[in-house]
Design a protein around this ligand. Sequence first.
Ligand SMILES: Cc1cc2nc3c(=O)[nH]c(=O)nc-3n(C[C@H](O)[C@H](O)[C@H](O)COP(=O)(O)OP(=O)(O)OC[C@H]3O[C@@H](n4cnc5c(N)ncnc54)[C@H](O)[C@@H]3O)c2cc1C
Length: 258
Amino acid sequence: MFTAQNYIKARSLEEAYTLNQKRGNAILGGGCWLRLGQRSIQNLIDLSDLGLDQIKEGEDSFSLGAMVTLRQLEQSAPLSDAFGTAFADMVRHIVGVQFRNCATLGGSVVSRFGFSDILTLLLALDCEVELAGAGRIPLTDYARMPYDRDVLAWIHVKKDGRRVAYESFRNSETDIPVLTCAMSEKDGVVTAVVGARPGRACRVEASLSLNAGEEEWQAFLDKVGGMHFGSNMRASEAYRRHLASVLLRRAFLRLKGE
Ligand SMILES: Cc1cc2nc3c(=O)[nH]c(=O)nc-3n(C[C@H](O)[C@H](O)[C@H](O)COP(=O)(O)OP(=O)(O)OC[C@H]3O[C@@H](n4cnc5c(N)ncnc54)[C@H](O)[C@@H]3O)c2cc1C
């Protein structure tokens, strides 16, 4: 468990950003990951008064606040109208309902865990992150950036008619995943994202018709095979490679509505 000398409820994003520049300070999301460490924090910065716990639907995009919980994403009717069951599928194996009521989108995206279900799905959508200091940047860039002391405020997800499907595999229910996959399709271009390889989620884009034959499908899989897969206590590299082809095919069939 961490210890904190002071607890500060930020009154603005600017205040949170300024406070967070000091090494000994930390932003509090849901605290679910933070509490596993032994950090001694000087100022713990709470964002809960900044209106970031909202899912806002605009004409062209959704704006998801950093303090939105995983459970809110799971239960959001507007998100399921736009993206089917993808958001619910993304989080449903993460520990349990009580946990998902606490863990936040912001804490999940900032942490950019190699095993992240959340990063995997969001990378298959057209997303930008909005940071208090650096402003708006594509999630594809943010996912590759090193950790810094910026504050994540919003994630903007385009409503561009993209169809998306999410699959993951775990050795046991609620464990962290052995492999995560998301696939989206828009105008004949398919984007596949594979995470927990066990590295951070990576994305591959290719033209692939939804009526693709076996040859076209194999060429697509060869492209995905160029990603680095590795072994750890949960699975071997060979097993993960095989699993990737199975989960991607399942996702593809779901995109086709089969
Ligand atoms: C037991 C366990 C099992 C898990 N299993 C899975 C799983 O299967 N799949 C999966 O995808 N995830 C899993 N997770 C991760 C989980 O979903 C959350 O991503 C994680 O708990 C972080 O979210 P939080 O809100 O608790 O963040 P916190 O613990 O509050 O914060 C995490 C880090 O992010 C920083 N931070 C938080 N919010 C912001 C912000 N807005 N701006 C800048 N920095 C910020 C904090 O300072 C801290 O360094 C698991 C976590 C635990 C503890």
